[in-house]
Write a protein that binds this ligand. Sequence first.
Ligand code: C2E
Ligand code: MG
Ligand code: MG
Ligand code: MG
Length: 291
Amino acid sequence: VRATRGGEEVKAYVPSMGQIFLRRFQLVTQFRQALEDGQVSVHYQPKVSLPGKHVLGVEALVRWQHPEFGRVDPDEFVPAVEAAGLVGALTSFVLDKALDRVRRWMDEGLRISVAVNLSVRNLADAEFPGKVADALTRFGVPAELLTFELTESGVMADPQRALPILRELHGLGIELAVDDFGTGYSSLAYLRQLPVDQVKIDKSFVLGMGTDLSDLAVVRSIVELGHSLGLTVVAEGVEEDVARDQLEAMGCDVAQGYLISRPLSEERLEAWLQARTARSFDRQAEAVLTL
Ligand code: C2E
Ligand code: MG
Ligand code: MG
Ligand code: MG
């Protein structure tokens, strides 16, 4: 793109539609190979309890280090992979990595759960719960240590299809969380019918609550609504001490965000756990990690 500013020619890189389509096409066609070539990895972001600051679990977040494009964000490639019908491969890749991680923690006497993000397409695959049950058996991980995060829009897209699958997953003992809560159609009546255990307040409200009273009101009402339905309430996007303190005062149960930790590679997560936590063993010789 060429433009003139004050008679001086400036060049800015603005990709054309053609370039955007080409890149998307490349991402989609290269995805399977990228999984095999080790370009795709899983990072983990800790979740801590409020006010106790126990490390309850981690969320698995996929990362793609592309040889040509560099780091490609999941917000870009996950929708492309979904649209191309390849999300089954993505989910099983992330699930295997995540369960392997939990298994190794179990071997060290640590009880840390892992949350994996699902796509709307997973909830349209009648064989998905069976595949998950197989993976749990393969890694010897109890279902209680696995959480699936799904967005409201993912469930609402096709509730007839998604509901039986969610019930089956829940029946296995897996925790279910509604992600990015507050951004979708949030039919409160509908939330009651879903077999969910947790709501995650969308980070846009949590980020805004320090300066915007309406964001603060949304956060407060989600905490109240969640609790009145017997759900665990998780806040994502906790970047400031003030936000953490406000959430704690409201009775929000769990916090996740840059204040606690960014998503970390496996190696860096290990270092984080070692450096930031005290390991106190209870009678079952299960470690409780406290910040
Ligand atoms: P999400 O599941 O809502 O994940 C939270 C996103 O917020 C992550 O972005 C995380 O890095 C970011 N985040 C965490 N704490 C903070 C904070 O304090 N401040 C701010 N500003 N951001 C924070 P990420 O890793 O880029 O992932 C984006 C989205 O991509 C995820 O949103 C999820 O919807 C999707 N995604 C990521 N991994 C997977 C996956 O394995 N499978 C599927 N289907 N989707 C995934
Ligand atoms: Mg999530
Ligand atoms: Mg979210
Ligand atoms: Mg999101």
